[in-house]
Design a protein around this ligand. Structure first.
Ligand code: NAP
Length: 259
């Protein structure tokens, strides 16, 4: 019997933004592959929450920076569901230490590039190759989302490696958008601003001050994972069919220049 529900793969869906995206997609009727790398408990909880929404949350562990893991992950998606409607490249890490660009290590650079750029770049390649032969799986309009960051264009000299990886990710979205348009596959870059998650926990006080007292963002509040989830649902539910390679800022207006 042919499956009715669309399927999304969300990398790094155990916590933070990925969790918010997975639950928003579940609310929109998607079955979700909940990828994680370390926190199996958190991934299991997301899966349970998806079940409460009446959809399936299939947990799949894979380190997206490792080629063999990426291959196993994609094989698991198609073995389990037989189709993939949406890939959301969300998994990412910040540098272990925020180090001045005059001192930061090559090890940290390689780590940032491996997880935040090479991982999603080649996962997208792998998935794109499956999506272009979708005629057999019956997916009407497959899509790919890349979660980048305001760091794609904002120079933070205390985490240059992260910024360089995110800038590369922005070009990755453009490249795949250009290559895949002829196959009916739209690609979107979603650029979150400052979002309340474990990643921003260590700098909470500083960002609190910048947001609430220093006017950092025209919309003076922290972003929440649900903000990003809603943007992904807009894409997933075909509200932007004539846009591809589009950057969607989910940043409270951070990107505006004001005078
Ligand atoms: P987070 O709370 O630290 O969560 C990171 C998620 O990624 C977790 O689910 C983690 O899995 C997973 N992950 C980490 N390394 C992985 C790997 N090698 N393979 C597979 N999964 C991996 O981070 P977040 O704040 O939600 O950030 C999510 C994405 O948004 C990142 O790409 C980040 O750069 C971007 N972003 C965040 C902000 C922000 O303000 N928070 C702003 C702009 C962009 P485990 O639970 O198993 O560790």
């Amino acid at each position: 019997m042919e499956r009715q529900r669309p399927v999304a793969l969300v990398t790094g869906a155990s916590r933070g933004i990925g969790r918010g995206v997975a639950l928003a997609l579940g609310g929109a009727g998607y079955d979700v592959v909940v990828n994680y790398v370390r926190d199996a408990d958190a991934a299991g909880k997301v899966s349970a929450s998806l079940a409460e929404l009446g959809v399936r949350g299939h947990v799949s562990r894979a380190d997206i920076s490792v080629a063999a893991d990426r291959e196993r992950l994609v094989a698991d998606v198609y073995d389990t569901f037989g189709r993939l409607d949406l890939l959301v490249n969300n998994a990412g890490v910040g540098p272990k230490v925020r180090a001045d660009i005059l001192e930061a290590s090559e090890e940290s650079f390689d780590h940032m590039i491996g997880v935040n750029l090479r991982g999603p770049y080649f996962l997208t390649q792998l998935v794109a190759n499956r999506m272009v032969v979708r005629d057999r799986s019956g997916v009407p309009a497959p899509k790919i989302v890349i979660i980048s960051s305001i760091s794609a264009y904002t120079a933070s000299a205390n985490r240059g490696d992260y910024c360089v990886a995110k800038a590369g990710l922005a070009m990755t979205a453009k490249l795949f958008a250009a290559r895949l348009a002829g196959h009916g596959i739209n690609v979107y870059e979603i650029r979150p601003g400052i979002i309340e998650t474990d990643m921003t926990g260590p700098v909470r006080d500083r960002y609190d001050d910048l947001i609430h007292n220093k006017g950092l963002t025209p919309i003076a509040r922290w972003g929440v994972p649900e903000d990003v989830g809603r943007a992904v649902v807009a894409v997933a539910t075909d509200l932007l069919p004539f846009s591809t390679g589009q950057v969607i800022d989910v940043d409270g207006g951070f990107h505006l220049r004001t005078l």
